[in-house]
Design a protein around this ligand. Structure first.
Ligand code: OGA
Ligand code: NI
Length: 373
C-alpha cells in the first residue's frame, strides 16, 4: 500500500473506530436478559442441526462482537491485471493486513457454485444422515464435528464443521472417504480442489517474487501435505451477542483460501480492532497461516480472525488450507533471516508444530510464545 493508500486506510479505520463506539453503546441497550441453557449431556450428534444448543460458549463482554460495526472492505485484487501490478498489490496487502480478497482468480464459477451448493445441501440433511460422519477424534482427516472445545472446558462456539482432506492429486481412496450424500458432493469437491489449490500456489509464487525468494520456494514439502477443506456452517444463533461462530484464531497451515459466501461474518484483527469483511461475490478471501509466517521470518504474518454468529440466516463458508507434509521442517528462509537480523522463529517439523498448536490453542500470542525466538 502506498502512502496515500495508508492514509486512506487510517482515515477509514478512524471512522470505523468512531462507529464501533456508537454500536457498542447500542449493544448495551439492546442486550437481552435471555440466557442460553441447552440440554447438556446429549450425544453430540443430536446437536446437529443445532436446534437445541449444548453448552454454549459465552464470551466475557469485552470479547464479544459488537452486533454491528462498520464494514471495511479488504483490498480486492484483480488477478487478471498485469503481473507486476498484482505482485505489488498482493505483497502490500499481505504485509499491511495479512488478508485480502482476489477476483478473476481462475477458479471456474461453476466449480465454486457446485461446491457451495453441495456443502449447503449437506448441512440441510436430517441429523440421522449426518450422524455416521460425526467424530470428535481430531486426528481423523474427514469428519463432521461441532465447533471446538480447545481450552474451554467443554463449551462450544456456534459452528458445525465438515472437514474434508485429500492429498494432491486426489487419490480414489481419498475421494471415497468423503460423504456420498448429497449426490455429487465428491465430484464437486474434486473439481473445486484442483483449481483452488492451483490458485494458492500461484499466490505463493507471487509472494515469493515479492519478498525475494525463488518463485518455486514453496513448491516442495512445504505445500505437499494434505489439502484440507473446512466447510463451516453457522446456523441462525439465538444469542449472537454473547457468543461467536469461531473464536479468535490464526490458521495453522501455509495459506488459506476462503469462500465467505454472501452472508457476512468474518472479522479480521487490525491494529487492535476487529474489522468486518464485506463479502464480495465470487471472491476468495486469502490469508496466511503460521507456516508462511515462519518461512518468511515474520515478513508475512498469520493474522487473528474470528467469525460472528447471526440470528437471522444460516451461513456456510468453505475454507481451503494448503499444508506442509508432516515431516517437513519449517524454518525461516536463510535469505530472509540473513536480511532480517537472524532467524526469529525456531525450526520445527509440521508434525511437532501441530502437536504444540493443539495444546497451546490457536491464539496468536500462545503460538508466538511457543515458536518465536
Ligand atoms: C477458518 C475460518 C472463517 C469463516 O475456517 O479457519 O477462519 O468466515 N473461517 O468461516
Ligand atoms: Ni481461520
Amino acid at each position: 500500500m502506498g502512502m496515500a493508500g495508508r492514509m486512506a486506510m487510517a482515515r477509514m479505520m478512524a471512522r470505523c473506530r468512531g462507529l464501533l463506539v456508537v454500536m457498542e453503546f447500542m449493544a448495551h441497550v439492546r442486550v437481552s436478559a435471555s440466557s442460553i441453557t441447552g440440554r447438556d449431556g446429549e450425544p453430540a450428534v443430536r446437536r446437529i442441526p443445532r436446534d437445541a444448543p449444548g453448552q454454549l460458549r459465552v464470551f466475557p463482554a469485552e470479547q464479544r462482537p459488537p452486533p454491528s460495526s462498520a464494514a471495511v472492505a479488504l483490498p480486492v485484487i484483480d488477478l487478471s491485471a498485469p503481473r507486476d501490478e498484482v505482485r505489488r498489490a498482493v505483497l502490500e496487502a499481505g504485509k499491511e493486513l495479512g488478508f485480502f480478497q482476489v477476483v478473476n482468480h481462475g477458479v471456474p464459477e461453476q466449480a465454486v457454485r457446485d461446491m457451495e451448493a453441495c456443502c449447503e445441501e449437506f448441512f440441510r440433511l436430517p441429523a440421522e444422515d449426518k450422524a455416521a460422519f460425526y467424530s470428535e477424534d481430531t486426528d481423523k482427516p474427514n469428519r463432521l464435528f461441532t465447533s471446538t472445545t480447545n481450552g474451554t472446558g467443554g463449551e462450544r462456539c456456534w459452528r458445525d464443521c465438515l472437514r474434508l482432506s485429500c492429498g494432491f492429486p486426489v487419490a480414489a481412496d481419498a475421494k471415497n472417504a468423503w460423504p456420498d450424500n448429497p449426490d455429487g458432493l465428491r465430484e464437486a469437491m474434486e473439481r473445486f480442489i484442483a483449481p483452488t489449490r492451483a490458485l494458492g500456489m500461484e499466490l505463493l509464487r507471487l509472494l515469493c517474487e515479492g519478498v525475494g525468494l525463488r518463485p518455486d520456494y514453496f513448491e516442495g514439502d512445504l505445500s505437499a501435505g494434505d489439502v484440507v477443506v473446512n466447510v463451516n456452517h453457522y446456523p441462525p444463533c439465538p444469542d449472537p451477542v454473547r457468543t461467536l461462530g469461531l473464536p479468535p484464531h490464526c490458521d495453522r497451515n501455509l495459506i488459506t483460501l476462503l469462500l465467505q459466501g454472501s452472508v457476512a461474518g468474518l472479522q479480521v484483527s487490525y491494529r487492535g480492532e476487529w474489522i468486518r469483511v464485506q463479502p464480495v461475490p465470487g471472491a476468495f478471501v486469502v490469508n496466511f497461516g503460521h507456516q508462511l509466517e515462519i518461512a518468511t521470518n515474520g515478513l508475512l504474518k498469520s493474522v487473528e480472525h474470528r467469525a460472528a454468529a447471526n440470528a437471522a440466516v444460516p451461513r456456510t463458508s468453505v475454507a481451503t488450507f494448503i499444508m506442509p507434509t508432516d515431516d517437513c521442517l519449517v524454518a525461516p528462509a536463510a535469505e530472509l533471516a540473513a536480511g532480517g537480523g537472524g532467524a526469529r522463529y525456531r525450526a520445527v517439523t509440521f508434525r511437532e508444530f501441530m502437536r504444540v498448536y493443539k495444546t497451546v490453542g490457536a491464539r496468536r500470542e500462545s503460538v508466538e510464545k511457543a515458536f518465536k525466538i
